[in-house]
Design a protein around this ligand. Structure first.
Ligand code: FMN
Length: 448
């Protein structure tokens, strides 16, 4: 059901989770506003966007359950399945143009992105139209391994995009190319299945191809096809591919842009991508992610949870589960449950979690009886099991997220809450109240 964007949308429709919007909508704000109103409930499929013939879809996976469904597992299987895929990637299967729907149309001349595709404006102070959901693929010229990530892309000209490349793998390969005076070839892939989308966000060591993780998540090799003007392989069943190169020694204004923490990332001079070719399926569907919508938050959160779980387990083997909560933008707040066997383990779990990612700012560690997906339960644990004098961990002056406006250029404080019950406490003191028969009683029997 989730092999391509199209089959996934059909599946959503058959289960009443696709809102088909036939009313004509504007690129500016209206798509984002309607999609955001449906956030966490239904995907929004806009059939009439201004005078464009291309429809727009947003919110294709906006709950944890939907991602689990796309991976053919349940909420509890989601992190183990993602972890297994990261640990055992599956090589892609190369196909020829004839077998690749994304080659049904090949445009090599007179590229004008805004004329071809309905690329929306999302937030009030955004600097313009943005591609927010393109898988950005580059290749390491030495190992020939590809790297996949998502970068916000401002439409700066007919075939020109401004990109935000935070200092990770894409940026590293670009700097290498720039130092040698060369552009870095890239492909931007819009409209793939949810598993491939999620795989793009894996936190992997440098050198791991996220398309191979996509294959492992899909339980079969991902079919890829070579681009027309660059040496890059792209998913053969994608809706749209933009081929291009990141230019060396060129920086142009980009931003401001509404980001995942629900504030704007600032305007500055950034890297520039020049588009050299566009290929797309017949009747392509344009896919956009509304920044800070659940889809955006979960895409970052689920792979982060997989990586966080592994890091904490190295220090505290009794870790039960981890949750990056949406109120913490699925990046800044980590809730960790452990089955405490030794006093002090919760503090070690806090230190391990903070070391996992510079984005993590506040960590709450609870006992396994607390449902870490229920934030009321987590707050209850903070309220009744935590004393700042003995249970608080504070570290000042650490590296955090530059997009967190309360930091000083990304430098800020980290906090840990040990909300576990002391092992030697008198049993009655922390015994949860419980009404016998509560679980067995069926309300219908009493309301007849
Ligand atoms: N990372 C950036 O560096 N710049 C961005 O503009 C950016 N935008 C994103 C938008 C969305 C919707 C999502 C889900 C993620 C975005 N990210 C962005 C995060 C990266 O795609 C992500 O951290 C990725 O795993 C980095 O891969 P890499 O370490 O292989 O380079």
């Amino acid at each position: 059901r989730a092999k391509t964007l199209r089959t996934w949308l059909e599946y959503l429709q058959s289960t009443d989770r696709l809102a088909v919007i036939e009313k004509q909508v504007h690129l500016e704000y209206e798509i984002a506003a309607v999609a955001k109103k449906l956030d966490g409930r239904k995907a929004a499929y806009f059939t009439r966007v201004e005078d464009y013939r291309v429809p727009v879809v947003s919110g294709i996976c906006s709950t944890r359950e939907q991602f689990a469904e796309a991976l053919e597992t349940d909420q509890f299987g989601l992190i183990p399945k993602f972890t297994d895929a990261v640990n055992s990637p599956l090589p892609c299967r190369q196909v020829q143009n004839g077998e690749a729907p994304v080659k049904e149309n090949i445009v090599l001349k007179e590229i004008d992105l805004m004329r071809m595709f309905p690329i929306p404006v999302h937030h009030e102070k955004d600097s313009g139209n943005y591609i927010t959901a393109g898988l950005f693929i580059v290749r390491d010229p030495v190992t020939r391994k590809q790297n996949v990530s998502i970068h916000r892309l401002q439409v700066s000209g007919k075939n020109r995009l401004g990109a935000l490349l935070l200092p990770r793998h894409t940026f590293h390969l670009y700097k290498q190319a720039e130092e040698a005076g060369r552009p870095l070839e890239c492909a931007i892939v819009i409209g793939v299945d949810p598993a491939t989308l999620l795989a793009s966000q894996a936190s992997t060591p440098f050198g791991v191809d996220e398309l191979e993780i996509a294959g492992a998540l899909r339980n079969e090799p991902l079919e890829v096809v070579r681009c027309e003007t660059v040496d890059i392989d792209v998913p053969a069943f994608a809706e749209i591919v933009l081929e291009g190169r990141i230019l060396p020694h060129v920086r142009e204004p980009e931003g401001p842009f509404g980001e995942f923490p629900k504030y704007y990332g600032p305007k500055s001079d950034k890297e520039v991508v020049e588009i050299t070719a566009v290929t797309h399926r017949n009747n392509p569907i344009f896919y956009t992610i509304v920044p800070a919508a659940y889809e955006h938050l979960l895409l970052g959160g689920i792979p982060r949870e997989a990586s966080l779980f592994q890091t904490v387990r190295q220090t505290v083997p009794s870790v039960k589960a981890v949750h990056m909560s949406s109120g913490g933008t699925c990046r800044y707040h980590a809730i960790v449950s452990i089955s405490k066997r030794n006093e002090g383990e919760a503090k070690n779990a806090i230190l391990a979690a903070l070391a996992n990612s510079f984005d993590i700012k506040h960590v709450v560690v609870v006992d396994e009886d607390v449902d870490i997906y229920d934030m009321e339960e987590v707050e209850w644990a903070i309220a009744t099991r935590f004393q700042a004098e003995r249970d608080l961990v504070v570290i000042h002056g650490a590296q955090g997220s530059k997009l967190d406006p309360s930091t000083n250029e990304g430098v800020g404080s980290k906090l840990g809450f040990d909300c576990t019950v002391p092992l030697n406490s008198e049993p009655m003191r922390y015994l949860r109240i419980r009404i016998p028969q509560y679980d067995e009683i069926k309300l219908e029997d009493y309301l007849k």
